[in-house]
Structure formats: C-alpha cells, structure tokens
Design a protein. Structure first.
Length: 216
C-alpha cells in the first residue's frame, strides 16, 4: 500500500478502490501515463477563428444602425479563442491514463463503468509481462506488432506489455517501467498466481526496440 500512498490518490481512484475493493482487495500501486498534445493547440485555435469568421458572416444584422461585420473585434477575438481552447481541451480526454494494481489484479479505463477493464491475475500470462523502450525516445507501442493489441496508456518512451484474453495490452508512459513491473510481479507472487513464482525472462531490464517487434 506504500506505493499508492506515496503517489496519493484522487477521488476517482478512491471511488474505484471502494467499489472494487471487496473483490480485488487493496490498491497496491498506481502507474501514470500522460501526454498533452500541445501541437494541436495552434490548429485548434485556427479552427476557432475560422468558426468565428463564419459566424460573423452567417449571423444577420438586426438593424441598419448596427455596425457591420467584425464590428466588435475584441468580442470576435475572445469568442474565437475560447472556441479554439474548447476544441483543444477535448484532446485532454485521452491525455491522462492510469493503471491500478490491486491485490487481485489490474484495473484500467475506470473513469466510466462502460469502459472499465479488470484483469484478474489468473487471466494474465505471467511469462508475457515485459518492459520495452526505444533508443530514440519514440513511443514503443508503435513498434509492437500483434494480431490483437490494445493501448492502455496515453503514450511515452517506455511501455509495459502483458497478455490477457488472447490480447496484448500495452501501457506506454514516460515513467520508469521497472516499478510497475515489480509491483505486478510481486503482487502476483503474493496472490499465489501459477507461474509467478519467478520473474519472467526478459521482463526487466526494459528491452530496447530498434524496429517492428512481433509479440505473437
């Protein structure tokens, strides 16, 4: 529990712990993945000004006494910029992801009940757990190839991979992947998961990917 306390838990994680705790036990570790799409800010602002310009010409004047189009430049700039910021803020929905390690398994996409993913330890193949990274700090998820692969993280230069339900799950983040791998391995051993008595070969240190790598 110490790792979770050191990181602190937000209200959403506490709610998930209260709801899933009776079945999964204690929250042991919280791994974070964050990627803010700053490059999308300028395009979104440009789109906001485009919408603002269209609105100026589409909105009819109520009387001949009113100023023509762009009669209030400050309002036009403020409204257009706000529209662009609202568009950019929508990218933040996928910019923050977390992976929760409980006594009984892993939990992901827990913000909504409809997206909640729970991986009990008996559904995860211990030998498939591994950490990967890239030498050029690009997202290793792009180099991992599998028939069935799902991303759980927002992206980053490192990733932790495991197989469950005939699918490879990838949690990419900029954090050091070692604490997450060790938390998963230790909790699986504590729970008595078959095959988790010894570390998986190649789980650590992180494997450096130099090209497309098949997981299957």
């Amino acid at each position: 529990m110490a790792s979770a306390r050191m990181r602190g838990r937000n209200w959403l994680e506490r709610r998930v712990e209260r709801r899933l705790g009776p079945g999964l036990g204690r929250l042991r570790y919280v791994a974070s993945s964050r990627r803010i799409y700053w490059k999308a800010l300028i395009p979104c602002l440009l789109v906001g000004f485009l919408f603002g310009t269209i609105a100026e010409f589409v909105s009819p004047l109520r009387s001949t006494r009113e100023a023509g189009h762009f009669g209030d430049p400050l309002l036009f700039i403020a409204a257009s910029a706000l529209t662009g910021l609202v568009l950019w803020s929508m990218t933040l929905l996928g910019s923050f992801r977390k992976l929760l390690v409980f006594d009984g398994g892993i939990v992901a996409k827990y913000s909504q009940k409809s997206t909640l993913l729970v991986f009990p330890w008996n559904a995860i193949a211990p030998g498939t757990l591994k950490a990967v990274t890239t030498a050029d700090n690009t997202d290793p998820d792009r180099r991992l190839v599998a028939r069935n692969k799902v991303s759980l993280g927002a992206g980053g230069r490192n990733a932790v991979v495991f197989q469950a339900r005939d699918t490879f799950w990838v949690f990419a983040a900029n954090e050091d992947p070692a604490p997450l791998v060790k938390a998963i391995q230790g909790t699986m051993r504590d729970s008595g998961t078959p095959g988790a008595g010894r570390p998986a070969a190649g789980a650590l240190p992180a494997v450096v990917l130099t090209g497309p790598t098949a997981l299957d």
